[in-house]
Design a protein around this ligand. Structure first.
Ligand code: TRP
Length: 449
């Protein structure tokens, strides 16, 4: 059994050292476990809720994508994509919006905090609050439920959103599942052991405190930031107190236990702060120097990143497209074709009807069979890379019209626009072959003709 792990990164900033230690590095480590099936994505639709500066959105998407790849994310193992490349996500968002209770969303912390602030300052309670902010948890539920994630690694501030995804998913299951559980119930995963890095001033490293150490911009930027780490005023030669020094905490987050023990002892023995900062820089540069080069390689070749992300989107959509098809079916957004058969064909004709059965082959490709009412196979399609292409072909076949059937001694093939799309079974006599072709033509004739 593999565990599907899914998490999103909102694309509004440039990753710093705290993001690396707290989220990026642990996520990459987790993705390497043999039972992990990881889905990591850039939550760029979520970014639009918080930011209306197109240049910043674009820059941040690029930087975050480059950061994850430079840090060692293996896109062969992991499905890595941009949320906005998956049209099924906003579509699912709408299906979920229609079952999400407004009262549930009224209780979302982020929305409530904005209302409280407005009330405090005497504004209209909803001043400056967009529907995007209000519906934020529904979009996030769609991100999670679309791929049936088991575990969702997030910060504490996001636990409520994962719980809401469960609520909304459960309601959908209840209303439309008819005993089937469409959605897996996701669980928030809070990594207790992961380092929350202190920033330059000792408070949590965060963009909003302006106390961050840059990750990949340049060695010089990193050195400059390290030189600004606040320390006490003990002079070189005086014993330091490493256990109360956030410089030591930062060092520890990237060092082996031997390196930490050695640094600890040196500080106790009076290592000067200037020298201590130089050692911290050397440690970080040794861990991150190569990744920094890979980062700049990607930043300078955005087309390469584009290709990687589009390939990731195709992988994600191979899951999302057929699943959304089932969900549309479940809520009643169905092809009229089936209904026409039921209502106009009458019992006799319905009994004669053939049916299309789609399935996924062992190699992951999409195919379908056309089965006669009695169960015999009339056609087996060729392989299609995605469910949509397979669906389009079967749809086109159901429209009726002239069929391009090419036969040889033992079998026949079916062609659309000069491409072979399906094969017939193998026969021992040409008579049997022709009878089958006749049956096929009949099965694909529009009803009532
Ligand atoms: N809201 C998350 C955050 O700000 C980002 C996010 C969007 C997310 N969709 C998600 C996280 C789905 C986990 C799963 O951190």
């Amino acid at each position: 059994m593999t565990t599907r792990i899914l998490t999103g990164i909102t694309t509004t900033g440039t990753p710093h050292l705290g993001n690396y230690a707290g989220a990026i590095r642990p996520a990459i480590v987790a993705s390497r476990q043999s039972d992990a099936d990881s889905f990591y994505f850039l939550a760029d639709y979520h970014a639009l809720i918080k930011c209306d500066d197109p240049l910043r959105i674009q820059r941040s998407r690029l930087e975050i994508a480059a950061t994850w790849l430079a840090s060692g994310l293996d896109v062969e193992r992991v499905t890595f994509y941009r949320q906005s490349d998956i049209p099924e996500i906003p579509e699912l968002t709408w299906l979920l919006t229609c079952v999400a209770a407004k009262g549930l969303l009224n209780r979302a912390h982020a929305y409530k905090a904005s209302v409280d602030k407005n009330v405090e300052t005497g504004e209209d309670p909803d001043a400056g609050i967009s529907m995007g902010l209000y519906s934020y948890p529904v979009l996030m539920a769609a991100d999670i439920l679309m791929f049936n994630a088991h575990k969702v690694p997030v910060g504490r501030d996001q636990i409520q959103h994962v719980e809401m995804a469960r609520d909304i998913g459960q309601r959908f299951n209840h209303l439309f599942g008819k005993g089937r559980e469409f959605f897996v119930m996701p669980e928030a995963l809070i990594e207790e052991s992961v380092a929350t890095l202190p920033g330059l001033d000792g408070r949590k490293m965060s963009k909003s405190y302006d106390n961050t150490i840059p990750l990949f911009t340049s060695a010089k930027d990193m050195k400059d930031a390290i030189s600004r780490i606040v320390t006490d005023s003990r002079a070189p030669g005086e014993a330091k107190d490493p256990d109360n020094s956030h410089l030591f905490t930062l060092f520890q987050a990237f060092a082996t236990s031997e390196q930490s023990a050695e640094f600890h002892a040196a500080l106790r023995e009076g290592l000067g702060w200037g020298e201590a900062k130089a050692r911290l820089f050397n440690l970080l540069d040794a861990e991150l120097g190569e990744a920094r080069e890979r980062y700049h390689h990607f930043i300078e070749r955005p087309a390469e990143l584009e290709d990687i992300l589009l390939a990731g989107a195709a992988k994600a959509r191979a899951v999302a497209t057929p699943f959304l098809g089932e969900l549309r079916e479940a809520v009643g957004l169905r092809s009229f074709r089936e209904q026409v058969q039921v209502t106009t064909a009458g019992k006799k004709k319905a009994a004669k009807a053939a049916r299309f059965v789609s399935f996924r082959d062992d190699d992951g490709s999409f195919r379908f069979r056309l089965l006669h009412a009695g169960g015999e196979q009339l056609l087996l399609s060729r392989s299609f890379a995605d469910g949509k292409a397979a669906g389009q072909v079967s749809k086109q076949l159901q429209q009726g019209g002239e069929l391009d059937i090419r036969s040889d001694a033992e079998s026949f093939t079916l062609w659309l626009d000069d491409t072979c799309v399906a094969d017939g079974p193998t026969f021992t006599t040409t008579e049997a072959r022709d009878t089958a072709i006749q049956a096929l033509r009949k099965a694909l004739q529009p009803q009532g003709e």
